[in-house]
Design a binder for this molecule. Sequence first.
Ligand code: G6P
Length: 472
Amino acid sequence: MKLYIISNRLPLRATRTESGDFEFCHSEGGLATGLGSLTMDVEKHWIGWPGIYTESDEEKEKIISYLQPYNFHPVFLSQEQIQNFYEGYSNSTLWPLCHYFFSYIEYENKYWESYKQVNELFCQSAVPLLEPGDIVWVQDYHLMLLPQLLRNSTKEVSIGYFHHIPFPSYELFRVLPERADILNGLLGADLIGFHTHDYMRHFVSAAERVLDLRFRLDHVLLDTRIAYADAFPMGINYSLYHDAILNPSVQQKAFELKKNYGTHKLILSVDRLDYSKGILHRLRGFALFLERHPEYKEKVSMAMIIVPSRDKVDRYAGLKTKIDESIGAINGKYSTINWTPVYYFYHSFAFEELVAMYNIADIALVTPLRDGMNLVTKEYLAAKRDTPGVLILSEMAGASIELREAIIVNPNDVGEIEQAILKALEMPVDEQLRKLRMMQEDISKQTVDKWANDFVHEIKRIKLQNEALNRK
Ligand code: G6P
């Protein structure tokens, strides 16, 4: 049996160098970082887009041969598909819908047509590779039609789907013109997974009301088989982050960072550039803190790391300008000769730099307005060994269901963010360490490997159950 992961993006992204060649780097975002460090003991293949547009066969061949040794199979998208499928239906229709940004949703027929076409394309790329007994695990909202397409064109293959972002409540989901097609697409899977029980409930309620199906708690009887929906909270490769600080070069980086920033407390914020991440609200919360607590002048700074993302989509480009302005205004107002309130980095960090940053940061401020899970929280906690730290976490992130020892805030309430920062700064070190240990204990057990194993195990169980059902 082989495991085929299919996601829009491969964990490696190709970029063109000045000499016209290709360079490959790790893809951004929770899905690629989380699943990319999966060490499951099974032959694993990955089908997805290499993140670049290319027309020439020669260039495609170069990319294919680079990715082959990793068992990565690239699916190439045309420029029109990148615009209408990726930037369009995936990120201007489904993304705002699932993150409750109702007024941002764009309805365009060409987006939907392209979405169907690309889901077909992924299906055609996968089918020739599959053999009976294999497990196909489709990932995320870009490919919600794929489970049913695969079911129609393959036999004796188990199909799973995992939704990495929130699934909205029925009252919101129903606005989507293609709601029935999307739900039917998902129900082609044997198992449909979500990060939280709430997302799963929303999906079940949408399927019942739109398709007139009757679930029995977590499963529904379709023509010849039973399909299941369940919650599987995703974790991280805990030891990768927890042991990183034992590496001398990470220690050296942490030491240098401490030398630069160590004279004051450091609040860390790490996100992809996205309106769902609540970056502007967070900055307002920090500005309010500076205004209300002059006693902390020159004593606390925020390091804001923003990883560029989807910059061709209007909503993202506009957000960048607003963040630049907001940080400029805060630094303009409060900076002194010796102190910068917000250090701003608009680029990704290499792994070693990032874990060093996690390790020394006194506070992680993670306040998305909506977030499927948010793995940054878990990475921050794991990167701590003997150093204390406090996690301030939005109640709108899936991770808040598990991480109850964090300071939980409503990210829309800037006053609550301001108060949480104060509380975190004043928290005694022994309390910080105690809470850290409790959360670390949980996330060291709920790793990404366990998450994947639980999912695959459940798919195998469903397969046996459906085989028995069909023998009757
Ligand atoms: C989120 C999504 C992923 C996506 C990632 C990065 O984590 O759940 O599916 O890959 O963002 O976004 P991008 O548009 O760059 O793939």
